[in-house]
Design a protein around this ligand. Structure first.
Ligand code: AMP
Length: 212
């Protein structure tokens, strides 16, 4: 199905985890600006060098840098896609409109105390980027990625102080997008407070119902 989806939600709402599963099931291309920016930082590209200080401070990377990334990814893309972490403010949403049409905006709704707990227990693989949770999605061997055997680490922007900053940025800049897509009648709100499996089934049902 050639659906074009935007996935919205606060940091720690489960976007990345759900995005991977949804794309696998629905045959969509996953475009995560957070993952692309972290890769650029690791590769020390000009984009990575410029983006790094904003990411470390929990701030948004300037629109022109991120929109450039999205334009590049969507340019030759055939079929449907899911955007994880983009758009992050109204300006980016307007720029996205100029590039392509969006069919559905999915909002993952999670309580704030749950977010802080989820992020504190989040671990990522240095090698392949797979994301785990010390309790809800643990690895077979402590500190080692199940998928590729890489070392797990805690993202530097997952410290409590930076998470609070990221949440403030979310409320101020990203939350207005909920209203933006609601006014277009393409917003689907999902209760994201349960297990990964429950949220996944809820989301996929909602997306499929929306399309029918
Ligand atoms: P994420 O993995 O989506 O939580 O993103 C991690 C960090 O990357 C954010 O805190 C921002 O600094 C940056 N970032 C990701 N997506 C965007 C975006 N669409 N616009 C600006 N900055 C972004």
């Amino acid at each position: 199905m050639d659906t074009r989806i935007v996935l919205l939600g606060a940091p720690g709402s489960g976007k990345g985890t759900q995005a991977k599963r949804l794309c696998g099931e629905l045959g969509l291309t996953l475009i995560s600006t957070g993952d692309l920016l972290r890769q650029a930082v690791r590769d020390n590209t000009p984009l990575g060098i410029e983006a790094h200080e904003y990411m470390e401070a929990g701030k948004l990377v300037p629109d022109k840098l991120v929109v450039g990334l999205i334009e590049e990814k969507l340019e030759d893309l055939k079929g449907g896609f899911l955007l994880d972490g983009f758009p992050r403010n109204l300006e980016q949403a307007r720029m996205l409109d100029a590039i392509t049409d969006i069919d559905i905006a999915v909002e993952l709704d999670v309580d704030e105390d749950m977010i802080v707990d989820r992020i504190a227990k989040r671990r990522s693989c240095r090698q392949c980027g797979e994301v785990y949770h010390l309790i809800a999605k643990s690895t077979k061997e402590s500190g080692i990625c199940d998928k590729c055997g890489g070392e797990l680490y805690q993202r530097s922007d997952d410290s409590e102080e930076t998470v609070r900053k990221r949440l403030a940025v979310y409320h101020e800049e990203t939350q207005p997008l909920i209203e933006f897509y609601k006014n277009r009648n393409i917003l689907v709100k999902i209760n994201g407070r349960d297990t990964i499996d429950e949220v996944y089934h809820r989301t996929i049902d909602a997306v499929q119902n929306f399309r029918n």
